[in-house]
Ligand binder design. Sequence first.
Ligand code: UN1
Length: 512
Amino acid sequence: MHEILSRLGLDRDPRVTPPAQTAQDGVVLSLNPATGEPLAGVKLDTADSYEKTIARATGSFKRWRTVPAPKRGEVVRRIGEAYREHLEDLGSLVALEMGKIKAEGIGEVQETIDVADFAVGLSRQLHGITMPSERPMHSMREHWLPLGPIGVITAFNFPNAVWGWNAMLGAVCGDVCVWKPSLITPLTAIATNNIAQRVASEMGHEGVFELVIGTDDEVGERMIADRRLPLISATGSCRMGRHVGAAVAGRLGKCLLELGGNNAVIIEPDADLDLALKSTVFGSVGTCGQRCTSSRRLIIHESIADDFCERLAKAYATVRIGDPLDEGTLVGPIINENSARAFEDAIAAAKQQGGEVIAGGARVDPAKLPERLRKGAYVQPTIVRAPAGNQLAIAQEETFAPILYVFTYKTLDEAIGMHNSVDQGLSSAIFTGSARSAERFLNPSGAGSDCGLAYVNLGTSGAEIGGAFGGEKDTGGGRESGSDAWKVYMRRQTCTVNFGDEFALAQGIRFE
Ligand code: UN1
Protein backbone atom coordinates (compact mmCIF):
# COMPACT_ATOMS: atom_id res chain seq x y z
CA MET A 1 0.00 0.00 0.00
CA HIS A 2 1.17 3.53 -0.71
CA GLU A 3 3.32 4.88 2.11
CA ILE A 4 1.20 8.01 2.56
CA LEU A 5 -1.75 5.73 3.33
CA SER A 6 0.24 3.82 5.94
CA ARG A 7 1.55 6.98 7.55
CA LEU A 8 -2.04 8.09 8.02
CA GLY A 9 -2.96 4.72 9.51
CA LEU A 10 -5.28 3.79 6.66
CA ASP A 11 -3.79 0.30 6.42
CA ARG A 12 -5.06 -0.33 9.95
CA ASP A 13 -8.58 0.99 9.40
CA PRO A 14 -11.18 -1.80 9.35
CA ARG A 15 -12.98 -0.22 6.40
CA VAL A 16 -9.92 -0.20 4.17
CA THR A 17 -9.00 -3.31 2.20
CA PRO A 18 -5.88 -3.92 0.11
CA PRO A 19 -6.13 -2.64 -3.44
CA ALA A 20 -7.56 -5.13 -5.90
CA GLN A 21 -7.77 -4.71 -9.64
CA THR A 22 -11.52 -5.21 -9.67
CA ALA A 23 -14.07 -4.01 -7.20
CA GLN A 24 -15.90 -6.61 -5.16
CA ASP A 25 -19.44 -6.37 -3.97
CA GLY A 26 -19.82 -3.85 -1.22
CA VAL A 27 -16.38 -2.33 -1.81
CA VAL A 28 -15.50 0.82 -3.70
CA LEU A 29 -12.07 1.19 -5.21
CA SER A 30 -10.21 4.40 -4.62
CA LEU A 31 -8.04 5.15 -7.64
CA ASN A 32 -5.07 7.39 -8.12
CA PRO A 33 -6.34 9.53 -11.02
CA ALA A 34 -2.77 10.32 -12.04
CA THR A 35 -1.97 6.70 -12.86
CA GLY A 36 -5.30 4.89 -12.84
CA GLU A 37 -3.92 2.53 -10.19
CA PRO A 38 -6.14 1.40 -7.34
CA LEU A 39 -4.94 2.78 -4.02
CA ALA A 40 -7.18 0.68 -1.79
CA GLY A 41 -10.66 -0.72 -1.47
CA VAL A 42 -13.15 0.81 0.96
CA LYS A 43 -16.07 -1.16 2.42
CA LEU A 44 -19.39 0.49 1.77
CA ASP A 45 -22.01 1.24 4.36
CA THR A 46 -25.36 -0.44 4.01
CA ALA A 47 -28.88 0.55 5.08
CA ASP A 48 -28.20 -1.40 8.23
CA SER A 49 -24.91 0.23 9.16
CA TYR A 50 -26.36 3.64 8.23
CA GLU A 51 -29.15 3.06 10.72
CA LYS A 52 -26.64 2.15 13.43
CA THR A 53 -24.60 5.26 12.70
CA ILE A 54 -27.59 7.58 12.95
CA ALA A 55 -28.79 5.93 16.14
CA ARG A 56 -25.30 6.41 17.60
CA ALA A 57 -25.14 10.03 16.36
CA THR A 58 -28.49 10.79 17.96
CA GLY A 59 -27.16 9.55 21.31
CA SER A 60 -23.82 11.34 20.96
CA PHE A 61 -25.60 14.58 20.15
CA LYS A 62 -27.51 14.46 23.44
CA ARG A 63 -24.20 14.30 25.31
CA TRP A 64 -22.20 16.68 23.13
CA ARG A 65 -24.74 19.48 23.30
CA THR A 66 -24.36 19.59 27.10
CA VAL A 67 -20.61 20.29 26.84
CA PRO A 68 -20.13 24.06 27.24
CA ALA A 69 -19.39 25.69 23.90
CA PRO A 70 -15.89 26.96 24.87
CA LYS A 71 -15.03 23.39 25.93
CA ARG A 72 -16.24 22.18 22.57
CA GLY A 73 -13.95 24.85 21.13
CA GLU A 74 -11.04 23.33 23.03
CA VAL A 75 -11.71 19.99 21.32
CA VAL A 76 -11.73 21.73 17.95
CA ARG A 77 -8.51 23.56 18.86
CA ARG A 78 -6.77 20.24 19.44
CA ILE A 79 -8.22 18.84 16.23
CA GLY A 80 -6.72 21.80 14.37
CA GLU A 81 -3.38 21.03 15.98
CA ALA A 82 -3.61 17.39 14.92
CA TYR A 83 -4.24 18.52 11.34
CA ARG A 84 -1.19 20.75 11.58
CA GLU A 85 0.86 17.70 12.52
CA HIS A 86 -0.51 15.75 9.56
CA LEU A 87 -0.64 18.65 7.11
CA GLU A 88 1.96 17.31 4.69
CA ASP A 89 0.60 13.75 4.65
CA LEU A 90 -3.06 14.71 4.45
CA GLY A 91 -2.33 17.28 1.73
CA SER A 92 -0.41 14.62 -0.17
CA LEU A 93 -3.29 12.18 0.23
CA VAL A 94 -5.68 14.78 -1.21
CA ALA A 95 -3.30 15.11 -4.17
CA LEU A 96 -2.94 11.36 -4.52
CA GLU A 97 -6.62 10.55 -4.44
CA MET A 98 -8.14 13.66 -6.05
CA GLY A 99 -5.37 14.64 -8.45
CA LYS A 100 -4.91 18.30 -7.51
CA ILE A 101 -1.27 19.33 -7.16
CA LYS A 102 0.35 18.86 -3.79
CA ALA A 103 0.58 22.59 -3.04
CA GLU A 104 -3.18 22.83 -3.49
CA GLY A 105 -3.75 19.65 -1.48
CA ILE A 106 -1.81 21.17 1.40
CA GLY A 107 -3.66 24.45 0.88
CA GLU A 108 -6.93 22.60 1.20
CA VAL A 109 -5.98 21.03 4.53
CA GLN A 110 -4.75 24.46 5.64
CA GLU A 111 -8.26 25.68 4.92
CA THR A 112 -9.61 23.14 7.42
CA ILE A 113 -7.01 24.25 9.98
CA ASP A 114 -7.99 27.88 9.40
CA VAL A 115 -11.66 27.16 9.88
CA ALA A 116 -10.85 25.16 13.02
CA ASP A 117 -9.05 28.22 14.42
CA PHE A 118 -12.00 30.39 13.44
CA ALA A 119 -14.39 27.96 15.13
CA VAL A 120 -12.35 28.02 18.35
CA GLY A 121 -12.84 31.79 18.63
CA LEU A 122 -16.45 31.39 17.67
CA SER A 123 -17.01 28.91 20.49
CA ARG A 124 -16.95 31.91 22.83
CA GLN A 125 -18.98 34.13 20.53
CA LEU A 126 -22.17 32.27 19.69
CA HIS A 127 -23.87 35.53 20.52
CA GLY A 128 -27.55 36.14 20.72
CA ILE A 129 -29.04 39.59 21.12
CA THR A 130 -31.36 41.19 23.61
CA MET A 131 -34.24 43.42 22.67
CA PRO A 132 -36.49 45.65 24.73
CA SER A 133 -39.90 44.25 25.54
CA GLU A 134 -42.96 46.46 25.04
CA ARG A 135 -44.36 45.19 28.35
CA PRO A 136 -43.28 46.41 31.79
CA MET A 137 -41.18 44.00 33.86
CA HIS A 138 -40.52 41.77 30.86
CA SER A 139 -37.23 40.93 29.20
CA MET A 140 -36.51 39.54 25.76
CA ARG A 141 -33.50 37.89 24.25
CA GLU A 142 -32.63 35.34 21.66
CA HIS A 143 -30.14 32.59 22.05
CA TRP A 144 -28.71 29.88 19.85
CA LEU A 145 -29.00 26.20 20.62
CA PRO A 146 -27.38 23.11 19.12
CA LEU A 147 -29.36 21.82 16.17
CA GLY A 148 -28.84 18.07 16.11
CA PRO A 149 -26.86 15.51 14.21
CA ILE A 150 -26.28 17.12 10.82
CA GLY A 151 -25.75 15.43 7.46
CA VAL A 152 -22.83 16.68 5.39
CA ILE A 153 -22.53 15.53 1.77
CA THR A 154 -19.32 16.51 0.01
CA ALA A 155 -17.94 16.34 -3.51
CA PHE A 156 -14.67 14.86 -4.78
CA ASN A 157 -13.00 18.17 -5.60
CA PHE A 158 -12.54 19.42 -2.04
CA PRO A 159 -12.46 16.11 -0.20
CA ASN A 160 -11.19 17.60 3.06
CA ALA A 161 -11.94 21.33 3.40
CA VAL A 162 -15.65 21.42 2.63
CA TRP A 163 -16.20 18.89 5.41
CA GLY A 164 -13.94 21.07 7.58
CA TRP A 165 -16.10 24.14 7.03
CA ASN A 166 -19.17 22.22 8.17
CA ALA A 167 -17.73 19.92 10.81
CA MET A 168 -15.56 22.44 12.68
CA LEU A 169 -18.40 24.95 12.91
CA GLY A 170 -20.97 22.25 13.62
CA ALA A 171 -18.81 20.87 16.42
CA VAL A 172 -18.51 24.16 18.33
CA CYS A 173 -22.22 24.72 17.79
CA GLY A 174 -22.89 21.42 19.60
CA ASP A 175 -23.83 19.33 16.58
CA VAL A 176 -22.65 15.87 15.63
CA CYS A 177 -21.50 15.64 12.03
CA VAL A 178 -22.52 12.65 9.90
CA TRP A 179 -20.40 12.87 6.78
CA LYS A 180 -21.14 11.24 3.46
CA PRO A 181 -18.11 11.88 1.27
CA SER A 182 -17.81 11.35 -2.48
CA LEU A 183 -17.13 7.73 -3.40
CA ILE A 184 -14.23 9.01 -5.50
CA THR A 185 -12.32 10.19 -2.43
CA PRO A 186 -13.17 7.87 0.47
CA LEU A 187 -9.62 7.51 1.76
CA THR A 188 -9.21 11.23 2.35
CA ALA A 189 -12.50 11.16 4.19
CA ILE A 190 -11.47 8.25 6.41
CA ALA A 191 -8.09 9.79 7.23
CA THR A 192 -9.64 13.22 7.87
CA ASN A 193 -12.50 11.93 10.00
CA ASN A 194 -10.31 9.51 11.95
CA ILE A 195 -8.06 12.33 13.13
CA ALA A 196 -10.99 14.40 14.39
CA GLN A 197 -12.64 11.39 15.96
CA ARG A 198 -9.46 10.24 17.69
CA VAL A 199 -8.76 13.66 19.21
CA ALA A 200 -12.35 14.07 20.40
CA SER A 201 -12.43 10.53 21.83
CA GLU A 202 -9.15 11.05 23.67
CA MET A 203 -10.77 14.06 25.30
CA GLY A 204 -13.75 11.98 26.36
CA HIS A 205 -16.12 12.92 23.56
CA GLU A 206 -16.79 9.95 21.38
CA GLY A 207 -19.08 10.01 18.39
CA VAL A 208 -18.94 13.69 17.45
CA PHE A 209 -17.64 12.87 13.96
CA GLU A 210 -19.35 10.06 12.09
CA LEU A 211 -18.69 8.85 8.58
CA VAL A 212 -20.99 6.95 6.25
CA ILE A 213 -19.48 5.86 2.97
CA GLY A 214 -22.10 4.55 0.63
CA THR A 215 -23.94 4.85 -2.62
CA ASP A 216 -26.63 7.43 -3.20
CA ASP A 217 -29.28 4.71 -3.34
CA GLU A 218 -28.25 2.97 -0.17
CA VAL A 219 -27.09 5.88 1.98
CA GLY A 220 -27.63 9.23 0.25
CA GLU A 221 -31.38 8.85 -0.24
CA ARG A 222 -31.82 7.66 3.33
CA MET A 223 -29.86 10.59 4.62
CA ILE A 224 -31.78 13.31 2.81
CA ALA A 225 -35.10 11.77 3.84
CA ASP A 226 -34.04 11.29 7.47
CA ARG A 227 -35.97 13.48 9.90
CA ARG A 228 -33.35 12.83 12.55
CA LEU A 229 -30.97 15.06 10.54
CA PRO A 230 -32.45 18.56 10.82
CA LEU A 231 -29.83 20.01 8.47
CA ILE A 232 -28.40 18.61 5.27
CA SER A 233 -25.41 20.50 3.94
CA ALA A 234 -24.66 19.37 0.39
CA THR A 235 -22.00 20.35 -2.12
CA GLY A 236 -22.17 19.21 -5.72
CA SER A 237 -23.89 19.81 -9.03
CA CYS A 238 -27.04 21.88 -9.51
CA ARG A 239 -28.81 18.69 -10.58
CA MET A 240 -27.89 17.00 -7.31
CA GLY A 241 -28.88 20.11 -5.35
CA ARG A 242 -32.34 20.25 -6.90
CA HIS A 243 -32.94 16.68 -5.83
CA VAL A 244 -31.53 17.15 -2.31
CA GLY A 245 -33.31 20.49 -1.88
CA ALA A 246 -36.69 19.04 -2.86
CA ALA A 247 -36.28 15.99 -0.61
CA VAL A 248 -35.22 18.01 2.43
CA ALA A 249 -37.90 20.67 1.84
CA GLY A 250 -40.44 17.85 1.56
CA ARG A 251 -39.78 16.98 5.19
CA LEU A 252 -39.40 20.66 6.15
CA GLY A 253 -35.74 20.21 7.04
CA LYS A 254 -33.01 22.82 6.58
CA CYS A 255 -30.70 22.72 3.62
CA LEU A 256 -27.36 24.34 2.98
CA LEU A 257 -26.59 24.00 -0.71
CA GLU A 258 -23.31 24.87 -2.37
CA LEU A 259 -23.80 23.98 -6.03
CA GLY A 260 -22.38 24.77 -9.43
CA GLY A 261 -20.74 28.00 -10.48
CA ASN A 262 -20.22 29.62 -13.85
CA ASN A 263 -17.78 32.22 -12.71
CA ALA A 264 -16.61 35.09 -14.85
CA VAL A 265 -13.78 37.58 -14.81
CA ILE A 266 -14.32 41.04 -16.29
CA ILE A 267 -11.19 42.83 -17.44
CA GLU A 268 -11.35 46.57 -18.00
CA PRO A 269 -8.92 48.38 -20.32
CA ASP A 270 -7.31 50.25 -17.41
CA ALA A 271 -6.65 47.08 -15.39
CA ASP A 272 -3.22 45.92 -14.25
CA LEU A 273 -2.96 43.33 -16.98
CA ASP A 274 -0.03 41.42 -15.49
CA LEU A 275 -2.05 40.87 -12.34
CA ALA A 276 -5.12 39.98 -14.38
CA LEU A 277 -3.11 37.46 -16.40
CA LYS A 278 -1.68 35.59 -13.44
CA SER A 279 -5.01 35.55 -11.65
CA THR A 280 -6.91 34.38 -14.71
CA VAL A 281 -4.48 31.53 -15.31
CA PHE A 282 -4.74 30.33 -11.71
CA GLY A 283 -8.52 30.74 -11.70
CA SER A 284 -9.08 28.80 -14.89
CA VAL A 285 -6.41 26.10 -14.92
CA GLY A 286 -5.83 25.64 -11.17
CA THR A 287 -7.20 22.34 -9.81
CA CYS A 288 -7.58 21.40 -13.49
CA GLY A 289 -10.66 23.64 -13.63
CA GLN A 290 -12.41 21.48 -11.03
CA ARG A 291 -13.25 24.04 -8.38
CA CYS A 292 -16.77 25.29 -8.08
CA THR A 293 -15.05 28.69 -8.08
CA SER A 294 -12.94 28.08 -11.23
CA SER A 295 -13.04 30.88 -13.79
CA ARG A 296 -15.09 29.66 -16.73
CA ARG A 297 -15.76 32.90 -18.61
CA LEU A 298 -13.57 35.86 -19.42
CA ILE A 299 -15.38 39.06 -20.37
CA ILE A 300 -12.77 41.45 -21.68
CA HIS A 301 -12.91 44.91 -23.17
CA GLU A 302 -12.68 44.67 -26.94
CA SER A 303 -9.76 47.11 -27.12
CA ILE A 304 -7.43 44.77 -25.21
CA ALA A 305 -8.93 41.38 -26.05
CA ASP A 306 -6.59 40.30 -28.86
CA ASP A 307 -3.36 41.15 -27.04
CA PHE A 308 -4.52 39.70 -23.76
CA CYS A 309 -5.71 36.47 -25.38
CA GLU A 310 -2.37 36.09 -27.07
CA ARG A 311 -0.55 36.47 -23.74
CA LEU A 312 -2.99 34.13 -22.06
CA ALA A 313 -2.53 31.46 -24.73
CA LYS A 314 1.26 31.77 -24.33
CA ALA A 315 0.95 31.37 -20.58
CA TYR A 316 -1.27 28.31 -21.05
CA ALA A 317 1.37 26.74 -23.27
CA THR A 318 3.90 26.88 -20.42
CA VAL A 319 1.66 25.20 -17.83
CA ARG A 320 3.25 21.90 -16.88
CA ILE A 321 0.79 19.02 -16.85
CA GLY A 322 1.69 15.82 -15.05
CA ASP A 323 1.83 13.91 -11.79
CA PRO A 324 0.28 16.14 -9.13
CA LEU A 325 2.85 14.94 -6.60
CA ASP A 326 5.80 16.01 -8.75
CA GLU A 327 7.43 19.31 -7.97
CA GLY A 328 6.82 21.73 -10.84
CA THR A 329 3.50 20.28 -11.99
CA LEU A 330 0.79 22.93 -12.18
CA VAL A 331 -2.04 20.82 -13.53
CA GLY A 332 -2.74 17.22 -12.63
CA PRO A 333 -5.17 14.79 -14.23
CA ILE A 334 -8.86 15.40 -14.61
CA ILE A 335 -10.72 13.18 -12.19
CA ASN A 336 -11.88 10.42 -14.56
CA GLU A 337 -12.88 9.33 -18.05
CA ASN A 338 -16.38 10.77 -17.71
CA SER A 339 -14.97 14.18 -16.95
CA ALA A 340 -12.50 13.92 -19.82
CA ARG A 341 -15.38 13.12 -22.14
CA ALA A 342 -17.44 16.03 -20.81
CA PHE A 343 -14.40 18.23 -21.54
CA GLU A 344 -14.20 16.93 -25.12
CA ASP A 345 -17.94 17.25 -25.64
CA ALA A 346 -17.95 20.85 -24.43
CA ILE A 347 -15.13 21.76 -26.80
CA ALA A 348 -16.88 20.02 -29.70
CA ALA A 349 -20.06 21.94 -28.90
CA ALA A 350 -18.15 25.22 -28.62
CA LYS A 351 -16.59 24.71 -32.05
CA GLN A 352 -19.90 23.75 -33.53
CA GLN A 353 -21.38 26.96 -32.10
CA GLY A 354 -18.70 29.03 -33.81
CA GLY A 355 -16.13 29.21 -31.00
CA GLU A 356 -12.45 29.36 -31.89
CA VAL A 357 -10.01 27.32 -29.84
CA ILE A 358 -6.92 29.46 -29.21
CA ALA A 359 -5.18 27.24 -26.63
CA GLY A 360 -5.36 23.55 -25.84
CA GLY A 361 -8.53 21.97 -27.12
CA ALA A 362 -7.81 18.27 -26.68
CA ARG A 363 -6.63 15.57 -24.34
CA VAL A 364 -2.95 15.26 -23.71
CA ASP A 365 -1.55 12.62 -26.04
CA PRO A 366 -0.71 9.66 -23.76
CA ALA A 367 2.39 8.97 -25.84
CA LYS A 368 3.75 12.31 -24.60
CA LEU A 369 3.27 11.33 -20.97
CA PRO A 370 5.66 9.25 -18.89
CA GLU A 371 4.75 5.55 -19.09
CA ARG A 372 3.28 5.36 -15.57
CA LEU A 373 0.80 8.21 -16.22
CA ARG A 374 -0.71 6.76 -19.37
CA LYS A 375 -3.79 5.35 -17.68
CA GLY A 376 -4.70 8.72 -16.19
CA ALA A 377 -6.95 11.20 -18.01
CA TYR A 378 -5.05 14.40 -18.78
CA VAL A 379 -6.54 17.32 -20.66
CA GLN A 380 -5.04 20.50 -22.02
CA PRO A 381 -6.21 23.70 -20.39
CA THR A 382 -8.27 25.29 -23.13
CA ILE A 383 -9.33 28.76 -24.22
CA VAL A 384 -12.23 29.24 -26.62
CA ARG A 385 -13.08 32.62 -28.09
CA ALA A 386 -16.76 33.19 -28.66
CA PRO A 387 -17.77 34.25 -32.18
CA ALA A 388 -18.64 37.86 -32.95
CA GLY A 389 -21.97 38.60 -31.33
CA ASN A 390 -20.88 36.70 -28.22
CA GLN A 391 -23.34 33.84 -28.77
CA LEU A 392 -21.94 30.62 -27.31
CA ALA A 393 -24.62 28.46 -25.73
CA ILE A 394 -22.21 25.96 -24.17
CA ALA A 395 -20.85 28.72 -21.94
CA GLN A 396 -24.15 28.69 -20.05
CA GLU A 397 -23.18 25.33 -18.60
CA GLU A 398 -20.68 24.45 -15.94
CA THR A 399 -18.27 21.89 -17.37
CA PHE A 400 -15.99 20.69 -14.59
CA ALA A 401 -12.82 21.03 -16.67
CA PRO A 402 -10.24 23.69 -17.52
CA ILE A 403 -12.09 25.49 -20.31
CA LEU A 404 -12.24 29.28 -20.43
CA TYR A 405 -14.68 30.97 -22.81
CA VAL A 406 -13.77 34.48 -23.89
CA PHE A 407 -16.29 37.22 -24.66
CA THR A 408 -15.72 40.88 -25.50
CA TYR A 409 -17.60 44.02 -24.52
CA LYS A 410 -17.75 47.74 -25.18
CA THR A 411 -19.31 49.19 -22.02
CA LEU A 412 -19.18 48.09 -18.40
CA ASP A 413 -22.98 47.85 -18.26
CA GLU A 414 -22.86 45.43 -21.16
CA ALA A 415 -20.12 43.43 -19.41
CA ILE A 416 -22.09 43.20 -16.16
CA GLY A 417 -25.17 42.17 -18.12
CA MET A 418 -23.22 39.35 -19.79
CA HIS A 419 -21.67 38.47 -16.49
CA ASN A 420 -25.06 37.97 -14.86
CA SER A 421 -26.66 36.19 -17.81
CA VAL A 422 -26.08 32.65 -16.54
CA ASP A 423 -28.14 30.51 -14.16
CA GLN A 424 -25.42 30.08 -11.56
CA GLY A 425 -24.24 32.78 -9.14
CA LEU A 426 -21.24 31.70 -7.13
CA SER A 427 -18.12 33.77 -7.78
CA SER A 428 -17.24 36.83 -9.83
CA ALA A 429 -14.29 39.13 -10.43
CA ILE A 430 -13.39 42.42 -12.03
CA PHE A 431 -9.94 43.73 -12.84
CA THR A 432 -9.93 47.49 -13.07
CA GLY A 433 -7.90 50.53 -12.11
CA SER A 434 -11.03 52.57 -11.64
CA ALA A 435 -12.72 52.91 -8.26
CA ARG A 436 -15.90 53.82 -10.05
CA SER A 437 -15.98 50.61 -12.09
CA ALA A 438 -15.12 48.54 -9.02
CA GLU A 439 -17.95 50.09 -7.05
CA ARG A 440 -20.36 49.61 -9.92
CA PHE A 441 -19.44 45.93 -9.92
CA LEU A 442 -20.21 45.81 -6.18
CA ASN A 443 -23.18 48.16 -6.55
CA PRO A 444 -25.13 48.16 -3.27
CA SER A 445 -28.40 48.48 -5.20
CA GLY A 446 -27.75 44.95 -6.45
CA ALA A 447 -27.29 46.03 -10.07
CA GLY A 448 -23.67 44.83 -10.11
CA SER A 449 -22.45 41.25 -9.79
CA ASP A 450 -25.26 38.88 -8.84
CA CYS A 451 -22.93 36.35 -7.21
CA GLY A 452 -22.33 35.36 -3.61
CA LEU A 453 -18.62 36.18 -3.95
CA ALA A 454 -17.28 39.27 -5.70
CA TYR A 455 -13.60 40.08 -6.11
CA VAL A 456 -11.87 43.24 -7.27
CA ASN A 457 -8.41 42.74 -8.75
CA LEU A 458 -8.22 39.10 -7.79
CA GLY A 459 -9.52 35.95 -9.40
CA THR A 460 -12.71 33.99 -8.79
CA SER A 461 -11.20 31.09 -6.83
CA GLY A 462 -9.26 30.84 -3.61
CA ALA A 463 -11.59 32.32 -1.01
CA GLU A 464 -10.35 32.86 2.52
CA ILE A 465 -12.33 31.11 5.25
CA GLY A 466 -13.22 34.29 7.17
CA GLY A 467 -16.00 35.31 4.80
CA ALA A 468 -19.27 33.51 4.21
CA PHE A 469 -18.81 31.22 1.22
CA GLY A 470 -21.57 30.36 -1.22
CA GLY A 471 -23.69 31.67 -4.03
CA GLU A 472 -27.04 32.76 -5.34
CA LYS A 473 -29.44 31.57 -8.05
CA ASP A 474 -28.78 27.96 -9.09
CA THR A 475 -25.75 27.84 -6.80
CA GLY A 476 -28.31 27.19 -4.09
CA GLY A 477 -28.12 30.15 -1.70
CA GLY A 478 -26.19 28.41 1.09
CA ARG A 479 -23.38 30.02 3.07
CA GLU A 480 -20.61 28.09 4.77
CA SER A 481 -17.35 28.82 6.52
CA GLY A 482 -16.82 32.30 8.02
CA SER A 483 -18.83 35.37 8.99
CA ASP A 484 -22.17 34.34 10.53
CA ALA A 485 -22.51 31.08 8.56
CA TRP A 486 -22.46 29.30 11.95
CA LYS A 487 -26.09 30.26 12.49
CA VAL A 488 -27.30 27.58 10.11
CA TYR A 489 -25.83 24.93 12.43
CA MET A 490 -27.90 26.13 15.38
CA ARG A 491 -31.51 26.83 16.16
CA ARG A 492 -32.66 30.21 17.37
CA GLN A 493 -34.90 30.66 20.33
CA THR A 494 -36.63 33.92 21.21
CA CYS A 495 -37.05 34.05 24.96
CA THR A 496 -39.47 36.37 26.76
CA VAL A 497 -39.53 36.50 30.54
CA ASN A 498 -42.09 38.16 32.79
CA PHE A 499 -40.23 39.02 35.98
CA GLY A 500 -43.11 41.03 37.41
CA ASP A 501 -46.46 39.81 38.63
CA GLU A 502 -48.80 41.55 36.21
CA PHE A 503 -50.67 39.74 33.46
CA ALA A 504 -49.80 41.74 30.34
CA LEU A 505 -50.48 40.88 26.74
CA ALA A 506 -48.53 42.12 23.76
CA GLN A 507 -50.14 44.54 21.32
CA GLY A 508 -52.03 46.03 24.30
CA ILE A 509 -54.74 43.36 24.09
CA ARG A 510 -57.03 43.34 27.11
CA PHE A 511 -58.46 39.99 28.14
CA GLU A 512 -60.07 40.52 31.54
C1 UN1 B 1 -15.18 24.25 -4.02
O1 UN1 B 1 -14.69 24.27 -5.14
O2 UN1 B 1 -16.17 23.49 -3.77
O3 UN1 B 1 -12.65 29.54 -2.98
C2 UN1 B 1 -14.67 25.03 -2.87
C3 UN1 B 1 -12.08 28.48 -3.29
C4 UN1 B 1 -11.81 27.47 -2.21
C5 UN1 B 1 -13.00 26.61 -1.98
C6 UN1 B 1 -13.57 25.98 -3.21
N1 UN1 B 1 -11.45 28.15 -1.01
O4 UN1 B 1 -11.68 28.26 -4.43
